[in-house]
Design a protein around this ligand. Structure first.
Ligand code: ADP
Ligand code: MG
Length: 257
């Protein structure tokens, strides 16, 4: 029996900024439908790894495969090969949605405008169709009634849900989240985590950088612990959180639980 192709494969990825290597030879398979959580101290390389998976950052060596396709580019590529892989990369990127800590909504557009903009501009859908699709996504994140509000008229939690709806409107196969609740007051994190739980239950492949260890333990199906650019652990939550835990992980969890 052959194993199904992982949604995402990280293969011996290293990443340097200038002389400083911040990711050291990371390999990781994320099967389709998993909620893969990246945890670890600040500066351990979580965002950099996520940005490499999103092709927002070039790997210095190693490759990222999306559904088995060795796409993306590395700094060693040049000329025709680089141009070709860049074109393919754009196509693959279209399957990946990303949500950041800062919501990055356009302040001069309503919630509906924010969600429908890419459908009109990138997907070139007619206005009515773009807005109907956008409305369906706003309904999904519980914000149909706020569709005509501007970001300044929405709470942080609502703004982040608009950002999630905006990513979902492009019908990605994979959703990446980089600390989606870190900029929110504690009472507003729940509504965002609820939306993420729903997505997980629907089978969306998700990679989530989070300090919400409770979320990671309950919704995560794969927990990855990064420390100083190294992947020290990867496994199901019952394995990673089981006691006794290796000292470095124990110290980290001590500061967050
Ligand atoms: P985390 O998300 O786990 O807090 P990051 O991936 O943001 O960690 O950062 C990992 C390391 O890489 C840090 O030392 C950070 O200073 C460095 N780094 C991240 N982005 C850049 C960049 N664009 N240029 C230089 N150094 C960077
Ligand atoms: Mg980060």
């Amino acid at each position: 029996m052959t194993r199904p192709t992982p949604a995402i494969s990280v293969v011996n990825v290293s990443k340097s900024f200038g002389q400083t290597e911040v990711l050291h030879d990371i390999s990781l398979d994320i099967p389709a439908g998993q909620v893969s959580c990246l945890i670890g101290p600040s500066g351990s390389g979580k965002s950099t790894l996520l940005r490499c998976i999103a092709f927002l950052e070039e790997t210095t060596s190693g490759r990222i495969l999306i559904e088995g396709q060795p796409l993306g580019f590395s700094e060693q590529d040049s000329g025709y090969r680089a141009r070709q892989s860049r074109a393919q990369t754009r196509a693959v990127r279209a399957n990946i949605g990303m949500v950041f800590q800062q919501f990055n909504l356009w302040p001069h557009m309503t919630a509906l405008g924010n969600v429908s903009a890419a459908l009109k501009v990138v997907r070139k859908l007619p206005k009515a169709e773009a807005e109907a699709r956008a409305m369906a996504q706003l309904t999904k994140v519980g914000l149909a009634e706020r569709a005509h509000h501007y970001p300044s008229q929405l709470s942080g939690g609502q703004q982040q849900r608009v950002a999630i709806a905006r990513a979902l409107a492009l019908e990605p196969k994979i959703m990446l989240f980089d600390e989606p609740t870190s900029a929110l007051d504690p009472e507003l994190t729940g509504e965002v985590l609820t939306v993420m739980r729903t997505l997980a239950a629907e089978g969306m492949t998700m990679v989530v950088v989070t300090h919400e260890i409770g979320f990671a333990a309950s919704v995560g199906t794969q927990i990855n612990f990064l420390d100083q650019g190294r992947l020290l652990f990867s496994g199901p939550p019952e394995e990673v959180f089981r006691k006794p835990r290796p000292q470095r992980l124990e110290q980290f969890l001590d500061t967050y639980i």
